[in-house]
Design a protein around this ligand. Structure first.
Ligand SMILES: [Zn+2]
Length: 523
């Protein structure tokens, strides 16, 4: 058993009753209704996926197959500024179109954040919700590229307050793309003060992860300092080949901030490729006014020429320079599903031969909804960040099922493979981490950062969120070519004392709860 604190493994029986861990004993002698023989296996706290987008899919796939299939029992959703609530009267279509490359299957309806939490379906995992800054901006000022007027800022503050009152963990931002990118630091400080007053936290996809990544991280640190906030820098990376080799320096900047007393956490997914809507690779001005305006604009040769010039000069928006367009591959294209799996270079070769034309033509045909996978990081940097015991593991994925509508396309393999990949490939096979440290990065570490009440460790009276896996066989199987693949080695998963995965198979149980932030913590 590995308890999630980072302490070495030891042999023990873990006794569960009424959803909680009743006892941890060397050899339990009482009677059990059901026992799981975990000899030779590891029993660990269920993995906490601290960085996800499962609000896009859980209502469609409440069994969260790709999550529990890798041992995840709790996830934090609504990251990068993109939450599916609130959706206010007259703004539902705007939010649906905005999230089309991310949540093409989701039915959108008018909802306040409180109603959203109250009516969230029972799922197989516990969920913790963030409210997104991009969503708040869409609700108050659409896709306008400007600072908010005073009444609009007040309206965003009110919506944020409402979400926090309802139990949201905090605010997420996605400052790298529209409309979050239109926010100046001052707007974020105003919202940060609301978070401070409510004792909530801030999770940020920083303004730039490529050539200006240090500036962007500094902005996040400055907000932590200005508002006295806990800040989580999500999916930490150095993107774009001009920035490869910068991971160590990035970690040093964050460590120095912590030594100054700032409360900073980060997370990472264990892959050298990112995933995003295709439109987000283009210069920010391309999206002015929203998708319909963008699609019109992309038809003009002059627009394409300007995009070519901008990308030649600065690389891709937030992703930096890529070695070639082989690095960008279509993941999901709702209106041109046959494109899934093709690279932009391949699509260009089949057409005019020009990759920018290929990108623009894809976006026009798909009305902006195309999602891509982009190989923009160096493996060395991925390993450098992964080796850090203080960087948590977060998939940045969303719950999917290989059967049914979400089992289509070629989404990022992190959706199925993140946690087994860290434990099998990076920990066991490459030896970058010890097993207790790797597990702490997935359990006790994030639980403390999130202030979870009685979760994240194997302790008496803690919630029985548990995973049993085989440390000799655990490995991810999902690949870029064949992503809808469950990992090997996850045997039993228990959520709130209920078996969700039994001998590697989903039981159909949905014992997960929506966990809300209170003054005592999150539970
Ligand atoms: Zn992000």
């Amino acid at each position: 058993m590995v308890d999630g604190t980072g302490a070495p493994p030891y042999a023990a029986d873990v006794v569960v009753r009424d959803g909680r861990i009743l006892a941890i004993e060397p050899a339990y002698t009482g009677v059990a209704r059901r026992s799981v023989d975990a000899r030779g296996k590891i029993v660990a706290p269920g993995f906490i996926d601290i960085k996800t987008h499962s609000d896009w899919t859980l209502p469609v796939v409440p069994t969260a197959d790709s999550k529990v299939g890798q041992g995840v029992t709790t996830e934090v959703i609504g990251h990068c500024g993109y939450s599916v609530a609130p959706a206010l009267p007259g703004r539902v279509d705007l939010l649906r179109d905005y999230l089309a490359p991310s949540a093409p299957w989701l039915p959108f309806r008018e909802t306040t954040f409180a109603e959203y939490l109250e009516t969230f379906p029972r799922t197989s995992v516990n969920t913790i919700m963030l409210v997104g800054h991009n969503t708040l901006r869409l609700m108050t000022m659409g896709m306008d590229r400007r600072a908010p007027k005073p009444d609009e800022l007040t309206s965003m503050q009110r919506l944020l307050d409402e979400a926090l009152d309802a139990g949201a963990l905090g605010l997420s931002s996605g400052l790298f793309t529209a409309p979050g990118s239109y926010a100046e630091a001052e707007e974020m400080v105003t919202l940060g003060r609301v978070l401070r007053r409510q004792g909530a936290s801030y999770a940020t996809h920083v303004r730039n992860e490529a050539d200006r990544v240090f500036e962007a991280v500094d902005e996040a640190l400055a907000l932590a300092e200005a508002c006295d906030l806990h800040v989580q820098i999500v999916h930490l990376k150095a993107s774009g080949c001009d920035n490869w080799g910068q991971a160590q320096r990035l970690l040093a900047v964050i460590d120095a901030a912590r030594r100054r007393g700032l409360e900073i956490d980060c997370d990472q997914y264990p892959y050298a490729a990112a995933s995003n809507p295709l439109r987000n690779l283009l210069p920010l001005w391309v999206q002015d006014g929203g998708d319909a305006a963008m699609v019109d604009r992309l038809k003009a040769p002059a627009t394409r020429a300007r995009i070519r010039t901008d990308i030649a000069a600065h690389g891709l928006n937030s992703f930096g320079r890529i070695p070639s367009w082989d690095a960008v591959r279509i993941a999901i294209s709702p209106r041109q599903p046959e494109d899934a799996g093709k690279t932009i270079a391949e699509i260009a070769d089949d057409g005019s031969g020009d990759p920018i034309d290929a990108v623009c033509d894809c976006l026009i045909a798909d009305r902006g909804a195309t999602r891509i996978v982009i190989a923009s990081m160096s493996e060395e940097d991925v390993r450098e960040i992964l080796r850090s015991p203080t960087v948590f593991v977060g998939s940045d994925g969303f719950a999917l099922s290989p059967s049914g509508i979400t089992g289509t396309g070629r989404p990022h393999p992190r959706i199925y493979g993140t946690f087994p990949r860290v434990l099998g490939h990076y920990t066991r096979d490459l030896g970058l981490l010890t097993l207790p440290t790797a597990i702490r990065k997935m359990t006790g570490g994030p639980a403390a950062a999130l202030r979870l009440i009685h979760r994240g460790l194997i302790r008496e009276n803690y919630w029985a969120d548990l995973v049993v896996f085989d440390p000799t066989t655990i490995i991810d199987r999902a690949t870029y070519d064949d992503p809808h693949q469950f990992p090997i080695g996850i045997e039993t998963v228990v959520v709130n004392g209920v078996v969700v995965v039994d001998a590697g198979t989903h039981t159909g149980a949905r014992p997960g709860n929506v966990l809300r932030r209170t003054s005592r913590g999150v539970g």
